[in-house]
Design a protein around this ligand. Sequence first.
Ligand code: FES
Length: 321
Amino acid sequence: MAEDDPALLRLRVARAEPAADGIQLLELRHPDGSDLPAFTPGAHLSVRVPSGAMRNYSLCGDPRERDRYLLAVKREEGGRGGSVSLVEGVRAGDEIEVSEPRNLFELDGRAPEYIFVAGGIGITPILSMIRHVRAEGTKRFHLYYLTRSAGVTAFREELSAPDLAGHVTIHHDDGDPDNAFDLWPVFEEPTKAHIYCCGPRPLMDAVRDMTGHWPEKAVHFEDFGSDLVRPRADDTPFRIRLGRDGEELEVPVGVTIMEVLRGHGRRVPSSCESGTCGTCRTGYLEGKVDHRDMVLSPAERKKSLMVCVSRAKSDLLVLDL
Ligand code: FES
């Protein structure tokens, strides 16, 4: 279980309903109807799911709306269980805890135009960007929305509306790689547009490959550090020693330091549990850390690590606990 965090907001689930096959739309409101903290296009919330874990979900509503947050959650059968817990365990009328909005995928307002590429549930942060760009009404944009089939395409009706004709291309590949949309003509000639891409790893890798000749600062990806939490083929077990009482614990492959500490009754505050928020920062005294977070500076990494994602390159890591 994640530890209690007074910084979390407790919100009421005003709506919980399917947005497409395997995708649940959640509308969150403050229980007393007050305004929610503002968010910017591309922002996400860390949500405490019923199993107790924290998971990140993009906000897909209009950033101008202060009375509600909209999330679309895909039930990931092969994931770490967070989305299944959220989709199955949360109903309208429940209350859930969420962080304040954070943004690791900021829309650059200086860009003269935008190319959006969304794969599957990757549409969620892109949708808040499109709502923002449309509300401003001054920039050109085009969305390439790539999904397996019409049935799994969240917000299909909204994005197929006549007033978006010419701005949105929706393509279904029917699960056939030979039927994948060819993005090369889109990226072959660099323009002044900024590119925002969110979707499965193969799609983001393909877009990265195809945009190598674009200015680096014009190409943006959102993946919530999913790479940071995913076990790697060369992960190995190691030991941690708690510096203050000398207790030694084994950290097996596929288990985080945070999970091992909690399994032995230690309190470890957390929020994102994906190396992106900084809450679980822990000091260390000895050992070589395999840092996998996105928050610590090189100087900070000499003394601290994020125990939700980082591992050890040495056999033993001595923590300042
Ligand atoms: S809980 Fe957010 S970085 Fe570890």
